[in-house]
Design a protein around this ligand. Sequence first.
Ligand code: MG
Length: 204
Amino acid sequence: MKIICIGRNYSEHAKEMGAETPKEPVFFLKPDTAKLSDKIPFYYPNFTKELHYEVELVLKINRVGKNISPKFAHKYYNEIGVGIDFTARDLQRECKQKGLPWEKAKAFDYSAPVSKYFISVDSFENKEDIRFSLLKNGELVQQGSSADMIFSFEEIVAYVSQFITLKMGDLIFTGTPSGVGEVAIGDTLEAFMNGNKMLDLKVK
Ligand code: MG
């Protein structure tokens, strides 16, 4: 199982990061060791002093695919959940400045908590407008909708599959809306999708 993450897929977030709106999807990977299931505690890593949350909609791939055309991309994922793309922002900044890869800032152990449950694509009234949000210590810090994505789920699946074969069980994090920020030990993060609580995480 691998985790593919899309960067800068919401223009307001690209702006807050001082990045340009991309002309094609930007993606990076997290290994299977990055996955953290709901209810398992998350421990603040000791190599960062600036850990950021990024709440994202997550696609679950349900069949093997390579060079998928956008027209058929909807057949390659059958469930959608929510996840947090934890980012060591200080390390990421350092990597960017040096022109180095971001892995140590993005792909570390448990950097990808995902919701325990994923929802069947068929049960969404409109997957082009899935609303999701993140509360930190009970306060709303991020909210977005799949309607605001620069690249749609189908475009993402098609694009990534040109380079990397998608396999059953792979997860695709589809990008974060604006409002990313820091977490500290003791914080609680709760992620919602269409009003339903999907993820509950305590930072230890
Ligand atoms: Mg992200």
